[in-house]
Write a protein that binds this ligand. Structure first.
Ligand code: UD1
Length: 364
């Protein structure tokens, strides 16, 4: 693929999005391309381990749809981030200015069974990417982190000063924590690095067009996709994991954040790199600051979908905490970002996607 050239015959600058065909990645690609002021190329690298590309099609389905929606081109490479030579080719072909790094494995329970696979993909992959970035003099990085790095909360809401790394219950969680520590070391080693580690709370929802959304492999582990698959008739009933937590109604409380708000947080982070004097490692929560219980989410979803969602209460799920809520003040201060979409939007947009795509991107 030939690099693009602008009027001055310099190569158009590009943002590399690893894992850009996945759930958070694809919504971020859409957010970047939907901005009228975007004058950068978007380059996606994804090994398709959790994304769908129909046979004979060049690009994964969510990227094809985003190209259609925005009438813009996305450069796509079917490459694993552990493939250093493959990554180097991308940096040779495009004028990469910064990287948004989503590519990772993320199923918590699976990570307990397959720790080496998780550390390989999430840590070796991340280090390989950083080595290639350094080789090509690219030091701007937005990292897809998780509130899981805080472990069991000592206080709520969780601010970025809360300790991280203690009491983590899965290799997935530890891989996110280790990557943050690696990025801190990188920033200490060379002041050229600019790293924004976005600690996501619970991303849910879908693009308001209903054309892209979350498409989990197999039976979903997370609450919102599970509820929406029950609503659409793919699954029989929701099992509520524990109703004896010290919360408003005994069920677990989480800070759900609309994936489009999350995506916009990444766009704001990329803009921050332009700020004079910006450097070093910055961890920033992306959450709303409001928590909802399992039953509150269920009831909001019933309202949005107009369907009754069968459910029953069972015991707690191992590793779960009672409540988790972000302090989103730093995101507002540093990025000028705050979540704009509430629970009703999250449910309505999830439902629009689910009802029009009962089997995700794979169609009927
Ligand atoms: C999970 C991960 C977390 C990850 C996040 C991504 C675990 C233990 N944690 O967080 O590391 O960053 O997803 O979004 O997997 N629930 C039910 N029934 C279900 C599913 C969930 O009652 O079928 C409850 C859970 O007990 C919890 C709430 O719903 O109280 C949210 O669960 P989930 O969507 O899995 O997110 P987290 O556990 O917060």
């Amino acid at each position: 693929m030939k690099p693009n050239h602008n009027e001055n015959d310099t190569m158009t600058s590009a943002i590399l999005v690893t894992g850009g065909a996945g759930y958070a990645g694809s919504h971020t690609v859409a957010a970047l391309l939907e901005r009228p002021d975007t004058d950068v190329d978007i380059v996606v690298v994804d090994n398709l381990s959790n994304a769908y590309r129909p046979e004979g099609q060049k690009k994964p389905e969510p990227l094809r749809i985003i190209e259609e929606m925005t009438e813009k081109t996305i450069h796509f490479y079917d490459i694993d981030i552990r493939d250093a030579a493959g990554l180097c080719r991308i940096f040779e072909n495009h004028n990469i200015d910064c990287v948004i790094h989503f590519a990772a494995l993320k199923a918590v329970a699976e990570s307990v069974e397959k720790p080496l696979e998780y550390y390989q993909a999430n840590i070796t992959g991340t280090c390989t990417l950083f080595e290639v970035m350094r080789k090509y003099g690219v030091h701007k990085l937005v990292y897809s982190s998780s509130c899981t790095v805080y472990g069991e909360p000592e206080r709520l809401p969780l601010d970025e000063g809360h300790p991280t790394g203690a009491g983590l219950t899965s290799p997935y969680g530890r891989s996110k924590y280790f990557c943050e520590e690696i990025m801190k070391d990188l920033c200490r080693s060379d002041p050229k690095w600019m790293v924004i580690s976005l600690r996501y709370f619970n991303p849910v929802g879908a693009h308001p067009s209903g054309k892209i959304g979350e498409d989990p492999n197999g039976i979903p582990n997370n609450l919102m996709p599970y509820i929406s698959q029950v609503a659409v008739g793919r699954l029989k009933e929701l099992v509520v994991f524990g109703a004896d937590y010290p919360t408003v109604d005994g069920t677990g409380v989480r800070d759900y954040i609309h994936v489009v708000d999350l995506a916009e947080g990444h766009v704001k982070a990329v803009k921050l790199f332009k700020q004079k004097g910006f450097s070093g490692f910055h961890a920033v929560n992306l959450g709303t600051g409001t928590g909802y219980s399992v039953l509150q989410l269920l009831s909001a979803f019933e309202k949005a979908s107009g369907r009754k969602i069968p459910h029953r209460v069972a015991g707690r799920r191992a590793g779960d905490i009672a409540a988790n809520v972000a302090d989103p003040a730093l995101a507002q201060r540093l990025l000028g970002w705050r979540a704009a979409r509430g629970l009703a939007d999250m449910c309505a947009d999830t439902w629009r996607w689910q009802r029009t795509h009962p089997n995700g991107y794979r169609g009927e």
